[in-house]
Design a protein around this ligand. Structure first.
Ligand SMILES: NC(=O)c1ccc[n+]([C@@H]2O[C@H](COP(=O)([O-])OP(=O)(O)OC[C@H]3O[C@@H](n4cnc5c(N)ncnc54)[C@H](O)[C@@H]3O)[C@@H](O)[C@H]2O)c1
Length: 242
């Protein structure tokens, strides 16, 4: 497939570029340069006209864009980048007629539920307290609506707390100081995006991706493994890599 990967310079996007490239022709897009990908498209997801031009010719879009963490507070641009940015991508994909859209969502869409909740693909309504969580909630509602109104095949991947287990840093480049049932390595999130892209028969579906034993009780990650034929290679407990 010809695949447009957005957010390709990021913690998840960069390994996703390598994994997707094994079986697909991948165009990388980001607002900043992508390490080792000289022909990456430099574009802002808020530039709708540029997006339509870039999406043309692609069969699928895999989205990993996220506005930087400090940009959600005090009226910053983070909320707009996430929400309007995804709307732009979905609309460009609809105009071009892509056959599969894979979106990196988050367990944050359920961040408003109490902690003893069992988080599942179909726990609805989504509940998010504020800021970043609310932007992820609205992203999923946009995606759901694009499926319902336009029949677009859309898979949403829901990680919780992504780290680079090789370098033991977070998205912000900070050292990892603790581990939880939501911890997952960026390579395993990337591989779940590939599985979601290649899975047959997806109408609209959401998939928790987790990598600690406890997560199999707190979420329905076992369903993800079954339906997407995906398994995390790096497992964690509260002390670190198992
Ligand atoms: N990092 C986590 O702990 C975590 C947890 C759950 C879900 N997620 C989700 O996973 C996805 C990937 O997160 P990540 O950790 O790789 O983030 P990241 O910040 O490492 O990567 C995001 C990329 O998006 C790009 N980007 C930002 N604004 C843009 C714009 N206006 N136009 C084009 N590109 C733009 C950035 O340059 C960056 O390369 C996001 O959807 C995020 O919400 C992340």
């Amino acid at each position: 497939m010809n695949v447009l990967l957005t957010g390709a310079a990021g913690l998840v996007g960069r390994p996703a570029y390598d994994l997707l490239s094994v079986n697909h022709n991948v165009t990388a897009l980001d607002v900043r340069s992508v390490d080792g990908v000289a022909d990456a498209v430099l574009a802002d997801v808020l530039d709708f006209e540029a997006l339509v031009e870039v999406v043309e010719g692609h069969d699928a879009v895999v989205n990993t864009i996220m506005a930087p963490n400090p940009s959600y507070a005090d009226g910053g641009p983070g909320f707009t980048i996430n929400v309007v940015g995804l709307q732009n991508l979905l609309e460009a994909a609809r105009l071009v007629g892509v056959s599969r859209f894979v979106h990196t969502s988050s367990g944050a869409v359920h961040g408003g539920y109490s902690q003893d909740t069992r988080y599942t693909h179909d726990l609805y309504p989504l509940k998010a307290p504020s800021g970043y969580c609310m932007s992820k909630l609205l992203q999923e509602e946009l995606a759901r609506n694009y499926h319902e109104q336009h029949g677009m095949s859309i898979a949403c991947i829901r990680p919780w707390s992504i780290i680079d287990a090789e370098r033991m840093v977070t998205t912000d480049g900070e050292p990892v100081t603790s581990f939880s049932w939501g911890t997952i390595d960026c390579l395993d999130v990337a591989s779940s995006l590939v599985c979601a892209l290649e899975a047959p028969d997806i109408d609209y579906d959401c998939f928790y991706v987790m990598a600690a034993d406890e997560a199999y009780e707190c979420t329905d990650v076992a369903r993800t493994e079954l339906l997407l034929n995906w398994h995390p290679e790096r497992r964690f407990d509260e002390k670190g890599v198992v």
